[in-house]
Design a binder for this molecule. Structure first.
Ligand code: PBG
Length: 308
């Protein structure tokens, strides 16, 4: 049996898709996956901030179209790039085990910790959430807008106008096998210091609704705790009503008897940014529904407080 798997063409996308293909083939003897690369608008336009290019979903729409046209049977997405509203004829069928959810400050070799940077360090990041976080942790630093894939962002640490550091997702670096060693030092922020983007480090496997054969194949790639985190953080994203113009973060911790969710939301001028946590203790019944409810409630609360 053969299925086609759609992916973006970036090195990171290819690496994570290859990993998923391995999991699916191992868990489903006799299955062969053919990888098809789909170019997205987000990959073609590299010189402007995402929020100007078309906002939510620019990494996603072409993959969804390929699914709907039957050009591919499965799409592998970074869940944090997916808007809360997906095409009604498609669904997320599996959430593989989460990679490291943390943001990381990447610096040149020899800088052993954040205090080793110049007082007025220039730090590259394209995200308003990371910019706000840096301002809280190190108000003396200057945040410099950057974009592009992982390699081009790391390249900003070199050359005549080199930055002192760039902030990236640990998950991407780990998946590329760059998380340790090399010419760089990696100084992760704890999830308490820097509330990650909702679903950072989680992949979403998307397929056509009603493709029950695919649903069965995907059970091999689904991870229960990651699924609860994904549902909770995506419910938060949806009800908070955020966009890539405002700082928004969410991180859900799975505990023995329930979930704890840390949420962050602000306005686009960073005049009001609110951080708050909520929790749920499992009750009888459906854990997925309770996970969603936690995200939805905290998202609504923050949305009202910020006034979005
Ligand atoms: N917005 C780009 C993006 N989308 C997913 C990842 C990798 C981390 C992940 O899978 O969540 C990255 C790179 C980054 O933020 O450094």
């Amino acid at each position: 049996m053969e299925i086609t798997v759609g992916t973006r063409g970036s090195k990171l996308a290819l690496a994570q898709t290859q990993q998923i293909v391995g999991t699916l083939e191992e868990g489903n003897p006799g299955l062969t996956c053919r990888v098809v690369v789909i170019q997205t608008l987000g990959d073609k336009v590299q010189d402007r901030p995402l929020s100007e290019v078309g906002g939510a979903g620019i990494f996603v729409k072409e993959l969804e179209r390929a699914l709907l046209l039957g050009q591919v049977d499965l799409a592998v997405h970074s869940l944090k790039d997916m808007p809360s509203a997906l095409h009604p004829e498609l669904r997320l069928g599996a959430f593989p085990r989460r990679e490291d959810p943390r943001d990381v400050l990447v610096v040149g070799k020899g800088v052993g910790n954040r205090n080793g940077l110049p007082v007025r360090a220039r730090i590259g990041t394209g995200s308003i959430r990371r910019r706000w976080t840096l301002g809280q942790l190190h108000p003396e630093w200057e945040a410099v807008p950057i974009r592009g894939n992982v390699d081009s962002r790391l390249a900003r640490l070199e050359g005549p106008k080199a930055l002192d550091g760039v902030v990236l997702a640990m998950a991407g670096l780990n998946r590329l096998g760059m998380g340790t060693g090399g010419e760089r030092f990696f100084l992760p922020f704890s999830v308490e210091e820097s509330v990650p983007s909702p679903c950072q480090g989680i992949l979403g496997l998307q397929h056509r609704r009603g493709d029950h054969g695919m649903e069965r194949l995907l059970t091999a790639a689904d991870h229960g705790d990651t699924r609860l985190q994904a549902l909770c953080e995506r419910a938060f994203l949806e009800s908070a009503g955020g966009s890539c113009h405002v700082p928004i973060g969410a991180y859900c911790r799975v505990e023995k008897d329930g979930l704890v969710l840390e949420g962050l939301l602000g306005d686009e001028n960073l005049r009001k940014v609110v951080r708050r946590s909520g929790s749920v203790r499992w009750e009888q019944g459906n854990k997925e529904e309770q996970s969603r409810a936690l995200g939805r409630d905290l998202g609504l609360e923050l949305r009202q407080e910020v006034g979005l």
